[in-house]
Design a protein around this ligand. Structure first.
Ligand SMILES: CC(C)(COP(=O)(O)OP(=O)(O)OC[C@H]1O[C@@H](n2cnc3c(N)ncnc32)[C@H](O)[C@@H]1OP(=O)(O)O)[C@@H](O)C(=O)NCCC(=O)NCCS
Length: 167
């Protein structure tokens, strides 16, 4: 069956799999990328992350996708996953870009493509969950049309700002 994935001018999207462990561990094990997470992910935790996305593709037809540039260079991940906010499930847009590739507008480009992918599949409400201090993440969400919807706490108890938009 063909893989349905977003498309964008500078990036290619594809599903992640176990063979991506080295690059994904480099991304999610980077302390700068994981500043607003409890801690950088270990290799085992990154393998869990890949399996979580494989389950998402199987159940939903989407998840976080691997991003490559036109030269085939690994850039990061971006995509759509179901997340719980105040006990309700919402579709979230998420993104992680290697530090060396930040500031090129790539997260904004990828998130725009994922927003359009969601819209084309009939999704009518999209959120982004951010740490209150994660300005880059909030800027990406704002640039693809989301605005602050609620300030609340995650299931883990940490404060979060949730941006959202109707599609
Ligand atoms: C959030 C993240 C994906 C943005 O990636 P990026 O490719 O650098 O983003 P873009 O180049 O598309 O920039 C988007 C906006 O954020 C702004 N921005 C980026 N880094 C910034 C920083 N350190 N401080 C303030 N603004 C910043 C950009 O200036 C731009 O806004 P502008 O056009 O108004 O200037 C990247 O910083 C990252 O991977 N962070 C760690 C992972 C993370 O926290 N992900 C979100 C949680 S799911």
């Amino acid at each position: 069956m063909p893989e349905h994935v977003p498309t964008s001018p500078r990036l290619t999207f594809r599903r992640m799999h176990a063979g991506d462990l080295d690059e994904m561990a480099q991304l999610l094990g980077d302390p700068a990328v994981m500043t607003f997470y409890p801690h950088p992910k270990t290799r085992d935790e990154t393998a869990d992350w890949i399996r979580w996305n494989e389950d998402n593709y199987a159940r939903d037809g989407f998840g976080l996708w691997i991003l490559h540039d036109a030269d085939g260079g690994f850039v990061g991940d971006c995509g759509l996953t179901w997340q719980s906010v105040d006990g309700e499930q919402h579709l979230e847009i998420g993104y992680h870009v290697l530090p060396a590739r930040q500031g090129e507008g790539l997260a904004t480009e990828a998130a725009t493509a994922c927003r359009d992918f969601a819209r084309s599949r009939g999704v009518d409400w999209l959120i982004a969950i951010t740490n209150p201090d994660n300005v880059p993440s909030q800027r990406v969400a704002e640039k693809v049309g989301l605005s602050v919807w609620k300030r609340t706490v995650a299931d883990s108890g940490v404060p979060i700002h949730v941006l959202a938009t109707e599609l």
